[in-house]
Design a protein around this ligand. Structure first.
Ligand SMILES: Nc1ncnc2c1ncn2[C@@H]1O[C@H](COP(=O)(O)OP(=O)(O)OP(=O)(O)O)[C@@H](O)[C@H]1O
Length: 237
């Protein structure tokens, strides 16, 4: 039995007020074990990114509880939450979110600065992470000098830098052609085989199938994975 690292327990989240109120998550529950690769699929607008933001401590639920390593997040103060986010969560976004004005190496090293690492330690770790995604030879370039697929590899290196052990990955192939998308997915699979826990949001059933398990999301709740899967297919067509 895998150790449980993430627990989403009856999470709810709404946006807007009064007549305009829309309940996006309406009691979502599931767990993720250490070293697991879990995909979240479902139709556009069903709340996948909202859920991932809550899991990445970028947003808070209205109700329910979220646990990381057995710690109830609602009981942490802002400082402890920030520390948890820094130490346990690596985030990969569809749009890479790299800073164009600084080098690839500095992009990967930057989060480590906020974790109090020395300049030399940051550079060493950043280079190590770039190497693990096959991008160490591009360390001195600016992000704009890279292809989309290469930029996504750099953003994965950045997410790995903090040694969080958990990657939350939101549509990583959404801005990539299929060749680069396949390469990014192969990299994620490799990182998972090396022990990283991965939660992946994807529309693409081919990529969801690479995970150990798929969680279907529809109408604010977890549904049978195939239902969410088929809805994702319908959406993609
Ligand atoms: N900050 C916000 N304010 C208001 N509404 C929001 C906010 N964030 C998300 N929503 C709404 O919540 C719903 C779910 O959005 P979300 O981005 O989580 O869906 P998704 O399943 O990730 O969609 P897609 O697959 O198209 O990326 C949408 O209707 C969206 O408009």
């Amino acid at each position: 039995m895998r150790k449980e690292v993430l627990k989403v327990d009856r999470i709810t989240r709404s946006f807007g007020q009064g007549d305009q109120k829309a309940t996006v998550l309406n009691g979502v529950s599931f767990t993720v074990g250490e070293g697991e690769f879990v995909a979240i699929s479902g139709p556009s607008g069903c709340g996948k990114s909202t859920l991932l933001s809550i899991m990445g401590l970028l947003d808070s639920p209205d109700g329910g509880e979220y646990w990381i390593d057995g710690l109830a997040i609602s009981e942490l103060n802002a400082q402890a939450r920030a520390a948890m986010r820094g130490s346990r969560i690596g985030f990969v976004f569809q749009s890479f979110n790299l800073i164009d004005e600084i080098s690839v190496l500095d992009n990967v090293a930057l989060p480590l600065k906020y974790m109090g690492q020395s300049a030399a330690g940051r550079q060493r770790r950043a280079l190590e992470c770039l190497k693990s995604v096959g991008m160490d030879d591009k360390a001195a370039l600016l992000p704009s000098q890279l292809s989309g697929g290469q930029q996504q590899r750099v953003s994965i290196a950045r997410a790995l830098a903090g040694e969080s052990g958990i990657l939350l990955v939101d549509e990583p192939t959404g801005n990539l052609d299929s060749k680069n998308g396949d390469a990014v997915m192969a990299l994620l699979q490799q990182l998972n085989q090396q022990g990283t826990t991965i939660v992946l949001v994807t529309h693409d059933p081919r990529y969801a199938d690479m995970a150990d398990r798929t969680i279907g999301l529809m109408d604010g709740v977890v549904v049978d994975a195939r239902q969410g899967h088929d809805a994702g297919v319908a959406q993609a067509c």
